[in-house]
Design a protein. Sequence first.
Length: 340
Amino acid sequence: MTSSSPIRVMTPEEIAVNAGARAAPVKVPDPGLFAERAVRLRQLAEGHAMRDYLLFVAELAQAQHERFKRPDALALPAEVLVNSAMVGGLPPLDVATYPRDPVWREELRALLRAMGAAAIPEPAKAQIRQLADAEGDWLEHQAAALLAGGAPGLDPASAPLIAAALQVYWSRLVVQLQQRYDASDQGEHVAPFGMIDDPTVCPCCGSRPVASITRIAAEQSGQRFLACSLCGAQWHYVRIKCTHCQGTKGITFQSLVDDDGNKSDAVAAECCETCGHYLKQVHMEKDLQVEPLADDLATLTLDLLVGELGLVRQGFNPLLILGEADASSGGAPPPDPGGR
């Protein structure tokens, strides 16, 4: 019998360190971000219980794409502020501190015009007309509540449309800031985006992820990236590691099972027994067409089932705010986009 060296199994912590060394840390939004989302939403809507709403958001994503591809220049932060943020381990376009330009409301008005002309149910058009008449101060209050992750006073009916405008604005900010750096003498500038002190939030804008995605590109095969719920950037985050407490112990996965007992492999909820939070993962190796925000919307049932286990959702999807408008929101109870 020949002897052999013992095989040592790497710990989750060692796997994390090795994975992190190979991954490109931050991916800024692609030009086709919203168009790909619209395509995926239409695909997922077929035969879905939330068909009407998924198609409504698909129309909204297509309108976002038309706005996003416009070369509208935005006011960008001074280089010294970007450098200061990066040196301090903070996102340079942090939603909590970056002065939001009122120009985002122009994006909202454009989206409202596009959706008003779209083939959507009349209750949704009524909500669009109501939002078009809203005062600027109210819109800014709603924007602040959304960017805070759904703070009190948020009107659920208006939230998806307001969020869509903020997504276009912040995605354009991120892209244009990266373009400014790419066009500069890079030897004299700090790259605007890189890993920050808190790896659980977006390194570009500081927002929570909507979900994570495992990719299959050559150099990123099997790598997990968190997908920002606001600007659409993605940043590397090691697998089998809680996105809330950053622990590696007590991680389990939950998936939906159809009536025939077949498990859905494309989307799963990564659950942490240590802190009681979970975040969905979408897997490109199981379905090439997965898109984090779209697939998160289409798997609301998974949230409900995992919630019954007592786990708290770590992800945030600004296009699906559940609940009724309260008195401080100043809004009417939301008409359902599907007319139900």
